[in-house]
Design a protein around this ligand. Structure first.
Ligand code: PLP
Length: 382
């Protein structure tokens, strides 16, 4: 019997069989009618998932490439840009914006904190662009995006949002909340393998890009926008991934975005309930918005790397450790995309087994029940 593998990380995430099936089909050409039909459908479906009437540009890159497209198209050397960070990804964006020659203002919170709209309002004054992270995957914090974006807009700035790990898992209302640019990637809640970077662009963002920005070629928004308008990719796209994304977006829209948000909220509740029942301590907030990844403090004396290796090698269960300053201090359980409650109970069972193997004293036999009850909600038993 080959070992069964379970992928419980916040990206890449498990890919549904319906998507895998199209990835295995014989190659087709990207200028042919069969690809174009799928491409057109993907571009339309992306607008629905991003909740925007405007263009969503599709690049063959990871999420970082899509984010870099925003920085390249919107940065004027010497112009002020505010980057709000509260973990690894925000800090990465601050470095990127600085390298592109903006006058960087870095509003840096401690890892694990949630940004405050009042701080953003104050610091955004005079900034041309404000960069926000919706779901900070390194900590598990999902920020309260709407008031943060509103605070930046009040000061007249364009708002760029990293929604790489939140899009289609946690509500992100691109147009209704006035988000000029929203960035995502295929390998998270969009249930597709890594390799596609996505970026929605408002007319104001496109207009600023048209007036200038930094040197760019592959990531020039106008080049890709004009090509997409003719349903003709600017460059050779990752054809199988686009076909896979088409199917994945169809699955998401069939479930319905509202239902997907609700499912993720309940998966988050279930994971936290199970972790707490075992007697472990949450590093991510114990709140409904934290529906992307649950981050757990490593108990005293636990060697996180050895624990994760044991889970992977002995049980076939892949969780992930911390990043940056939280490396060795935490482990993370992802629950975005193709996840249901029995993925969570499996992950919790693996954590329990691994903790026992590592000699950590935990409460045994309670996590799965706690998770199932939290998932179902407060039910009255008769
Ligand atoms: N931003 C966030 C919040 C992420 O979780 C990730 C990926 O883990 C990225 C950006 C970077 O995306 P990629 O690894 O696809 O370049």
């Amino acid at each position: 019997m080959p070992k069964k593998r379970y992928l419980f990380t916040p990206g890449p995430t498990p890919v549904p069989p319906e998507v895998l099936e199209v990835l295995a089909r014989p190659a087709i050409h990207h200028r042919g009618p069969d690809f174009k039909q799928a491409y057109e459908r993907v571009l339309a479906r992306l607008k629905e998932v991003f909740r925007t009437e405007h263009d969503v540009l599709l690049f063959t890159s990871s999420g970082t490439g899509a984010f870099e497209s925003a920085v390249a198209n919107l940065t004027e050397p010497g112009e002020r840009a505010l980057v709000v960070s509260h973990g690894n990804f925000g800090e990465r964006w601050a470095e990127m914006v600085g390298r592109y020659g903006a006058e960087l203002d870095h509003l840096r919170y401690a890892w694990g904190e949630s940004p405050d709209p009042a701080d953003v309002r104050e610091r955004a004054a005079g900034a041309a662009v404000v960069y926000l992270v919706h779901s900070e995957t390194s900590t598990g914090v999902v920020s309260d995006l709407q008031p943060l974006a509103a605070a930046a807009k009040e000061q007249g700035a364009l708002v760029v949002v990293d929604a790489v790990s939140s899009l289609a898992a946690v509500r992100c209302e691109t147009d209704a909340w006035g988000l000029d640019v929203v960035v995502s990637g295929s390998q998270k809640a969009l249930m597709t393998p890594p390799g596609l970077g996505l970026v929605s662009v408002s007319p104001a963002a496109l207009a600023k890009a048209a007036r200038g920005g930094a040197a760019r070629f592959y990531f020039d928004w106008e080049r890709t926008r004009a090509a997409q308008e003719k349903v003709d990719a600017a460059f050779t796209p990752a054809v199988p991934l686009v076909l896979g994304l088409d199917v994945a977006l169809g699955l998401i829209l069939d479930e319905g975005l509202e239902a997907a948000f609700e499912r993720h909220l309940r998966l988050g509740r279930a994971t936290r309930a199970g972790i707490k029942a075992m007697g472990l301590e949450l590093a991510s907030p114990d709140e409904d918005r934290s529906a992307v990844v649950t981050t757990v403090w490593a108990p005293d004396g636990l060697d996180v790397a050895a624990f994760l290796l044991d889970l992977r090698d002995r049980l076939g269960v892949q969780l992930i450790g911390g990043q940056g300053e939280w490396r060795s201090k935490v482990f993370r359980i992802g629950h975005i995309g193709y996840f249901e409650i029995f993925d969570i109970t499996t992950a919790l069972g693996a954590v329990e087994t691994g903790m026992v193997e590592a000699g950590v004293e935990i409460e045994r036999g309670v996590a799965v029940t706690a998770a199932l009850e939290a998932y179902e909600g407060a039910r009255t038993r008769t």
